[in-house]
Design a protein around this ligand. Structure first.
Ligand SMILES: Nc1nc2c(c(=O)[nH]1)N[C@@H](CN(C=O)c1ccc(C(=O)N[C@@H](CCC(=O)O)C(=O)O)cc1)CN2
Ligand SMILES: NCC(=O)N[C@@H]1O[C@H](COP(=O)([O-])[O-])[C@@H](O)[C@H]1O
Length: 213
């Protein structure tokens, strides 16, 4: 039986080095029968948008600020934003089999999660920490500080399923990263990124494997 073509939608907010790892993995065959069919950023200046354009991948810029201006409170703004984000993705042709959060710095609510789940689309996220540790933003910075001040010997990174509770979804793949006494935060961050670039490909491969051939 012919292998199914897998379509990815990748969500980004910044540099896009993990997006680039996925682009390269699709091109090299490391992710067989897989293509990134859309990239969405919540930040206009995200260099990842340029990376997508260079790879001829369609992009969408979807920002929360206009929603905050047109809604009475943050909750209703986030609900409307997330609802529209889901509709943007569900209107894509082809629809993604998998959504990959690759440095996506927006916490999604059930207004996004529920319609996406109802469409049978799984969402995974790259988080630069191990399960149950340093949930949320700036995980690398907090791990580095714990290493320098409290003697934490290791941190790590994981690919996990996305649920409403932030960074609490089931881990798909994890990898530990040593914290070296006296190293700078930038040095730890550089070593973490190298691990991330392999992990996001492996995590995507495993997530797609769970979707069947
Ligand atoms: N419902 C979920 N949403 C998201 C998850 C998740 O597991 N469940 N993972 C995140 C990615 N992430 C960590 O891996 C993360 C991203 C952003 C934040 C955060 O505090 N965001 C703030 C805004 C920060 C900013 O704009 O700089 C916010 O959304 O208010 C925490 C964790 C993706 N979403
Ligand atoms: N909580 C989510 C989070 O902190 N994600 C982190 O954002 C960076 C994105 O880099 P990139 O834009 O170069 O791929 C990565 O370090 C990723 O772990």
């Amino acid at each position: 039986m012919a292998d199914t073509q897998h379509n990815l939608t990748v969500l980004i907010s910044g540099n896009g080095s993990n997006l680039q790892a996925l682009i390269d993995a699709c091109a090299s065959g490391a992710l067989p029968n897989t293509r990134i069919t859309h990239v969405i950023s919540n930040r206009k200046a995200a260099y990842g948008l340029e990376r997508a354009a260079k790879a001829s991948i369609p992009t969408t810029y979807h920002n929360l600020v206009p929603y905050k201006k047109s809604h009475p409170d943050t909750d209703s703004a986030r609900t409307a934003y997330d609802t529209d984000l889901a509709n943007i993705i569900l209107a894509l042709s082809p629809r993604p089999n998998l959504i990959v959060c690759a440095g996506w710095m927006h916490i999604v609510t059930p207004s996004f999660l529920t319609p996406i789940a109802n469409a049978g689309i799984k969402i995974i996220n790259l988080h630069p920490a191990l399960p149950g540790e340093f949930a949320g933003a700036d995980a690398i910075g907090r791990a580095w500080e714990a290493g320098q001040k409290e003697g934490l010997k290791r941190t790590g990174a994981m690919i996990h399923e996305v649920i409403a509770e932030v960074d609490a979804g089931e881990a798909i793949v994890t990898q530990e990263v040593e914290i070296r006494k006296g190293e700078s935060k930038d040095e730890l961050e550089e070593r973490m990124h190298k691990v991330e670039h392999g992990l996001i490909v492996e995590g995507t491969r495993r997530a797609l494997g769970g979707l069947g051939r």
